[in-house]
Design a protein around this ligand. Structure first.
Ligand SMILES: C[S@@+](CC[C@H](N)C(=O)[O-])C[C@H]1O[C@@H](n2cnc3c(N)ncnc32)[C@H](O)[C@@H]1O
Length: 229
């Protein structure tokens, strides 16, 4: 299981436009459809999604493993629990699982659980990083540095959704950075499966960034996979 490191997440978010792009795209996909309820799995360190998407729903429930005590919109409730263990007595029109599937202990089983929690005609939005742009190549380079094959969560997710009706959308997020050393720090969250190896390979990673990231931005193609039940 991968631990969630809040400081690394905050560092990435502070240098990225990814959340704004996701909200924009998911809002477009929600517009013009009726929905009463939404479930968000894993909110990160702020109520960013529910503040901006909560207005589409009568009821919005967040299930988050870690403690969260910030104020929420009136139609938003939060339960502190592990989604994989949590027992639900209801189904939802929409489920949002953004950048959370990397953390599930049993991904195939948890994907089944998410689909089972959708009402007929409901939609789930899974968000993961795609393999294009700069993200795929650095992951492959890092895998070669540590001599371990890397499986993209994107591929695992797609394989587990192949029996379902899906549509895929891409939003290209960019990370800004002052120096390649700074970019190395910003990218730490993406290597949280290998925190020690990432530290050990620091020089190689920075040299790779210097050789391959020549412009002012590092690009990540975020994949929004919409499952229609
Ligand atoms: C990388 S953050 C993503 C936050 C936000 N959804 C986003 O797109 O930026 C992952 C979040 O999921 C939470 N999380 C991880 N595993 C979880 C689980 N099994 N049940 C509930 N929350 C979980 C973590 O605590 C963290 O808040």
């Amino acid at each position: 299981m991968v631990d969630f490191y809040k400081e690394w997440y905050d560092k990435l978010i502070a240098h990225s436009n990814e959340k704004g792009l996701l909200v924009e795209k998911i809002s477009d996909l929600l517009k013009g459809k009726t929905h009463e309820s939404c479930l968000e799995i894993g909110l990160g360190t702020s109520a960013y999604f529910s503040e901006r998407l909560g207005g589409f729903f009568d009821d919005y429930l967040i299930v988050e493993k870690n403690e969260f005590n910030e104020p929420l919109k009136t139609n938003v409730k939060i339960v502190q629990d592990d989604f994989e263990e949590h027992i639900f007595n209801e189904q939802f029109d929409v489920i949002i699982a953004s950048h959370v599937v990397y953390y599930f202990k049993d991904l195939p089983q948890t994907i089944k659980k998410i689909i089972s929690l959708l009402k007929d005609g409901g939609r789930a939005y899974f968000v993961v990083n795609g393999k294009e742009s700069d993200y795929g190549p650095i992951k492959d380079a890092f895998a070669s540095f540590i001599g371990k094959p890397y499986t993209f969560t994107y591929d695992v997710l797609k394989a587990n959704l192949k029996e379902h009706r899906t549509k895929e959308y891409t939003t290209q997020a960019s990370l800004s950075f002052q120096s390649h050393e700074d970019l190395y720090e910003t990218l730490r969250l993406s290597f949280d499966l290998y925190p020690n190896e990432y530290e050990e390979q620091k020089d190689k990673v920075i040299n790779w960034l210097k050789a391959n990231i020549r412009g002012e931005k590092f690009f990540i193609d975020q994949k929004i996979i919409e499952v229609i039940k």
